[in-house]
Ligand binder design. Sequence first.
Ligand SMILES: NC(=O)c1ccc[n+]([C@@H]2O[C@H](COP(=O)([O-])OP(=O)(O)OC[C@H]3O[C@@H](n4cnc5c(N)ncnc54)[C@H](O)[C@@H]3O)[C@@H](O)[C@H]2O)c1
Length: 612
Amino acid sequence: MREVCGAGAPLGRRGACPYTACPYTGAAAPSTVSWNCASSTSADTIEGMSVDTEVAQAAYTPIRAPRGSQITCKSWQQEAAMRMLMNNLDEEVGERPQDLVVYGGTGRAARSWEAYRAIIATLKTLENDETLLVQSGKPVGVLKTHEYAPRVLIANSNLVGHWSNWEKFNELERAGLMMYGQMTAGSWIYIGSQGIVEGTFETFSAAGEKHFGGDLAGKLIVSGGMGGMGGAQPLAATMTGAAFLGIDVDPERIKKRLKTGYCDFMVNTLDEALRILKNAVRKKENVSVGLVGNCADLIPELAERGVVPDILTDQTSAHDPLNGYVPNGMSLAEALELRKRDPKAYEEKSLDAMARHVEGMLRLQKMGAVTFDYGNNIRTFAFQRGVKNAYDFPGFVPAYIRPLFCEGRGPFRWVALSGEPSDIAVTDDLVLELFPDNRILRRWIELARKRIKFQGLPARICWLGYGERAQFGLAMNELVKKGKIKAPIVIGRDHLDCGSVASPFRETESMKDGSDAVADWPILNALVNTAAGASWVSVHNGGGVGIGYSLHAGQVTVADGTEMMAKRIERVLTTDPGMGVLRHVDAGYDEAKAFAQEKGVKVPMGKGAVGR
Ligand SMILES: NC(=O)c1ccc[n+]([C@@H]2O[C@H](COP(=O)([O-])OP(=O)(O)OC[C@H]3O[C@@H](n4cnc5c(N)ncnc54)[C@H](O)[C@@H]3O)[C@@H](O)[C@H]2O)c1
C-alpha cells in the first residue's frame, strides 16, 4: 500500500514538502508541511544538502551576479556556474526574472525559488571532486566524481517518448515535478538578446546573399515577436542594412528593445509604421519599427493591402500555444485572463490564430516575400489546424545554416566573469587577430563593438567552427593565466548548434538521409562533452519548438587559466564541434565529408570520409 501524507500526496523520504500548492487538494501548502507530515524545521537536511524549506513567498529581490576576481565558492568552476545562473536571472538579462523565466515563453533557470536558493547554497559548498545533479531545475543530489569531471550535470524537461507532449508536461509542471528549460535558460548560459543577434544577423545576411546579391539596403524585413529572442531581430536587421518591421502584442516587450537600443521606434498603428518604413526603404535607411498588435491580424492585413516584405519570418513564441502565443480577437489583458480562467479555450483560440497568421505568411510568400520559419514551430501548429500547405515555406536551417553546420560551425559565446567590458574588448581583439581572413566575423565584431549594449555580465558571441573553437578557447585561457584579463572567462554556446540537437522542424529539418528525428546525437554530444571534461553539461527536451519536438544538449567550459582547464578546453572544444562534423558526415553531406577528411576527423564508417 502506498503511504500518503495528510494532504494525500504519496510519501517520499523525510524532507520538505516540495509543493507551494498541494497537487492533490489544490490547497496552499503551509510551510510546515513535510512529506510524512512530521514536524519540519525551517532548514531541513536532505542527503547532506541544506535546503531552505520556507515556501517561496518572500518578496522578490532583483538578482545580480557577483563581479570581480574574489570568489565565494571552492573554485572558479563552481563560482562560474553560480554567477551564470544568477546572470540568467539578472533583470537586464532575463525576461521575467521574478517568475524565474529567462526567455522563450516559460524557459526557466530554476524550478522554484527554494530550488534556486538550494542550487546556490550547494554550489558554494561543492567540492572540487563533486558533481551536483539538477533535475528540471531542482538540485537533487551531490555525488563524488573527480576533478576533471563536470561540476554540474543538468537534465531539463525530458519525458519518455510516448508521454512527451505539452499536456503531460503541463500536468507534471503543475504538480511541481518539472520545469521548462528552453535551451540556454535552464543550462545557465543565456546572455540576453545579443546571443541571438549574431545568429539572426548570420541568417538575414545569408538570406541576403542568396536572394539579394548580398545587399539588403533598401529592403524590408518583417517579423513577429520582440521577446527574449525575437527582440534581437530589429538590431540584426538594421546591422545588415535593411529596414525592419516587428509586430508584438505586448508593448512592454517593444519598450524593452527601445531601452536597450535594439529598436528605433514604437508605434500603435500599421499606417504609422508604414509611413516610417516606406520612407526608409526609399532612402535605403536602416530603420527599425516595433508595432503593437497581433500578427494573426496584421500579417494578413499586409497581404490585403499588398505590402510585400522582401523577407518575412516570425519569432512569436508559437512553440507553446498555451503559455507563449497570444490569440487575436481580444486585448492582451483579456487573453491573459482567459489563459488563467480557461486554458483549453485559450489554446483553441491560440491555434486558430496561428492558422490565420501562417495563412497570411503563405499569401505574402506567393506575392514574392522570401519567407521562412525561424524555429518556433508555427508551421506545425498551423498544419494541425488545417493549413495543409503550411510547410510551403522552409525552416531557416535547411534554407541557410546547414552548410555552416557541416564544418562544425555554430553560435560560440563567452562571458567575462569579472564584469568588466574591457575584458571582452581584449577577447574581441584576440578573435580578430586569430582569424584575420574571416570576413563575416570581422564585420560582426566591428559592428557588435559599436552597437551591442551588454546585458548583465559582458559577453560576446560569434560563429566559429571545428578547430577554431579550441584554438580560441586555449588562447583565452592563456589570457587569464597571464593576467591580461581580470577574471576567468566562461565559454559556452547555444543548444542550437551543429551536433547537439535533434529537432525535425528546425536544426535537423530535411536531413539528407531522412534522419531528422534521430535523437541519439544530442545524447552522444552530452556524453562526450562530459567525458571530455566540460564544466557543466545539460540535456533538454523541447527548446524553441516545444515539448516532444526536440532533444538538445549544452556544454559550458570555464577558462580559469589553469593547466587542467587548458586540457579540458582543448578536448571539449574539439569534441563538441566534432559532433557536428560527424553528424553531417553520417547524414551524407559532401561538404562535411570533405571537411572531415581535410581535418583528420576519424569516421569509422564515414560514407566516403574514411574507408568508403
Ligand atoms: N530561431 C532561433 O534560433 C530560436 C532560438 C530560440 C528560440 N526560438 C523560438 O522563437 C520564439 C520566440 O522566442 P522568445 O525568446 O523571443 O520568446 P518570448 O516569449 O520571450 O517572446 C515572444 C513574444 O511574442 C509575442 N507574441 C506572442 N503571440 C503573439 C502574436 N499573436 N502576435 C504578436 N506578438 C505575439 C509575445 O508578446 C512576446 O513578446 C520561441 O518560439 C522560441 O522557442 C527560436
